[in-house]
Design a protein around this ligand. Structure first.
Ligand SMILES: O=C(O)CCC(=O)C(=O)O
Ligand SMILES: [Fe+2]
Length: 384
């Protein structure tokens, strides 16, 4: 009954004012929320547009920020979207605290590092010159020291040895290279260690990468107890085996062309499972590495570990040689280093590094101990 008295009308009027007030706060909140969301979107958009994928995932700072966005920022966006506390000022408080905290993290994260390029970080790590030993019979500690020093780009060999390392053009004894000979770079004469430059082409590299991307899984090593392979900090990368049965006709054809060329380059028959293992593709992200190890399979193994060597390897014999080619340049880090030889091979897209794991006598050569240095900036793709 609104006509019988005005008393109740004033209550209604007050209620209306209250509703208007709440609606205004609701709109105000919604505007703040939209504003925050807009700022997130602008910021993410800006980062996405600015750089290409390799640049984002390969730069330690942007890779860190990407992970932070996935784990923290997008969580805040989600909370913003689902937070319906339209009447609570405390809601706004919560959002802004959140954002301030993130601003703070961004601040503390960026300030100390800004301007310090990986080169300077690397510079900080370079120790004063220590005396290095090379060869067999080094302690594990010395080998680790050499591995790290080589990864930092230090020279461990005498100037005269380094001066004896040469580059040359070679047809590798095959007519297909008469006109366009292979560029060979020698990293060590004994044991022989070379890179063959520009032996795999851009289109082939893209083919191998695209083909293996969906197959990549965290790499494993043979467990000490001889049991199945396990994930380990010794080898932090992802890899994929390009086995014959996983391939369609077109892929098999592409791989055959590459393998035939590499057979001519190395002078070894490497195509087909009787002659070499399936191709293995590896991708290392920032910090990804493989600690020094040997590629040969039969020496220095316990009977339990030997029991784990696959029958095909017994049938075909030990790994005579390793040929590994780089499918990417690496901005910093990621060298393949030989702590007992003192050699470091820096990845170059399209080049292949080659060495014999066994001597001519068939015995394994312990000097071929090698490892992959941690990637500092960029990402590393290799296949062997
Ligand atoms: O990636 C590298 O530089 C070395 C890889 C390696 O030694 C291996 O896969 O056995
Ligand atoms: Fe290896």
């Amino acid at each position: 009954e609104v006509f019988s008295s005005t008393a109740h009308l004033s209550t209604v009027l007050n209620a209306e004012r209250e509703i208007i007030g709440q609606l205004e706060r609701y709109i105000e909140n919604a505007e703040i929320k939209t504003d925050r969301l807009r700022r997130y979107i602008d910021e993410f958009n800006d980062i996405q547009v600015r750089a290409d994928v390799d640049e984002i995932v390969g730069n330690p700072l942007s890779a860190y920020q990407l992970v932070k966005r996935l784990t923290v920022d997008w969580g805040s966006v989600e909370r913003l979207l689902y937070d319906n506390s339209w009447q609570a000022r405390s809601g706004i408080g919560k959002w802004s605290t959140n954002l301030e905290l993130q601003g703070y993290h961004r601040h503390t994260f960026q300030q100390p590092i800004r301007g310090r390029t990986p080169a300077e970080i690397k510079g900080l790590l370079i120790s004063t010159r220590t005396k290095y030993n090379l060869g067999n019979g080094l302690s594990y500690d010395d080998e680790t020291k050499n591995y790290q020093a080589l990864c930092r780009g230090e020279q461990l060999r005498s100037d005269s040895i380094v001066a004896s390392l040469n580059c040359y053009l070679s047809d590798r004894g095959h007519p297909s290279f008469y006109i366009n000979p292979i560029k060979v770079e020698v990293h060590s004469h004994d044991p022989p260690l070379f890179t063959f430059h520009d032996v795999i082409y851009e289109s082939e590299i893209n083919f191998i990468k695209e083909f293996s991307k969906p197959l990549l899984e965290r790499s494993t090593v043979l467990g000490n107890d001889g049991n199945a392979r396990e994930v380990s900090n010794v080898r932090t990368s992802q890899n994929a085996w390009l086995t014959d049965d996983a391939q369609d006709d077109y892929s098999r054809y592409q791989l055959k062309i590459i393998m035939d060329r590499l057979s001519r380059v190395t002078g070894l028959k490497i195509h087909g499972e009787q002659n070499s293992e399936a191709m293995q593709v590896a991708n290392y992200g920032i910090g990804g590495h493989y600690e020094p190890h040997h590629d040969y399979l039969f020496k220095d193994k316990t009977p339990e570990q030997l029991a784990n060597v696959s029958p095909i390897n017994y049938a075909t014999g030990d790994r005579l040689a390793t040929l590994m080619f780089y499918l990417s340049d690496v901005t910093r880090g990621g060298a393949t280093v030989f702590p007992r030889i003192g050699a470091a091979v820096w990845p170059r897209k399209g080049s292949a590094v080659f060495w014999y794991n066994l001597r001519k006598s068939g015995e394994s050569n312990p000097l071929t101990l090698h490892g992959a240095c941690p990637v500092l900036h960029g990402s590393k793709w290799g296949t062997k």
